[in-house]
Design a protein around this ligand. Structure first.
Ligand SMILES: [Zn+2]
Ligand SMILES: [Zn+2]
Length: 234
């Protein structure tokens, strides 16, 4: 079936159009190597990179000012270039065939940044049900399912709900983003959450306000730890 589909829809790199990409299915090696990885030095908690030669562990200013609810957050690449475009198409243009490539990014990031960690549950950042209905799918849930298959962890996509439709975070300041998500999430059955080590999955992380609100809700529900992984960092 797969090779039949390949005949019908020959795989071309979405960045440069070259056919038969190798490592990633829809992003060729050249385009992939152009993606800017999020590399150290970055904050030990939120994973936000800083410019400059810092050769010791450090916590950034905003994490020092207010400790985030998550135990760590890491992203594979910068929200830029071909990966930024792939994530945009996955989110807004129903380009679901890009999900395995993006999940591979997530998988590499989990292996590199959380070595030896076991996650009991993968939880995608939820969409409000109205937006989910309009879009037809939640791109973060699709990524979480692809990632879950790769790392062998179950996905719980109904354990966290967005109970308040929130304005899109895109054009908001950091402060507005924080208040935009206050009280926006609700956790489900505490029985499933109690004592669990959760990996929260999203496509893009910018200020971290959304994942922080999600992590706070999951911990209120009894989660033992909440780590965050996103494909890109805005
Ligand atoms: Zn390419
Ligand atoms: Zn930080």
């Amino acid at each position: 079936m797969k090779s039949f589909l390949d005949l019908l829809y020959p795989r071309r790199c979405m960045g440069c159009g070259v056919s038969s990409p190798e490592t990633f299915r829809y992003v060729c090696w050249d385009c992939w190597s152009d993606a800017a990885r999020v590399e150290p030095p970055f904050c030990a908690l939120c994973g936000d990179p800083v410019a400059g030669a810092v050769d010791h562990d450090f916590i950034c200013y905003s994490c020092s000012a207010e400790t985030p609810a998550f135990d760590g957050a890491r992203s594979a690449v910068r929200y830029d270039g071909v990966v930024g475009e792939a994530l945009r198409q996955l989110k807004y243009e129903k380009a679901l065939w890009l999900a395995p490539d993006m999940a591979k990014l997530l998988h590499n990031c989990v292996d590199a940044e959380y070595p030896g960690c076991t996650f009991d549950l993968l939880v995608p950042v939820p969409l409000h049900h109205v937006r989910r209905r309009t879009r037809g799918y939640n791109q973060s849930a699709i990524l979480a399912h692809e990632l879950g298959r790769r790392i062998g962890s179950p996905v719980a996509s109904r354990l966290l709900k967005r109970i308040r439709p929130t304005a899109t975070q895109t054009n908001l300041t950091a402060k507005q983003r924080l208040s935009n998500v206050v009280g926006a999430f609700q956790h489900g059955r505490e029985k499933r959450l109690a004592g669990r080590r959760v990996l929260l999955v999203d496509d893009v992380m910018t200020t971290g306000a959304t994942v922080n609100a999600c992590a706070k809700t999951l911990k209120e529900g009894g989660a033992a730890s909440v780590h965050v992984v996103t494909a890109a960092r805005g």
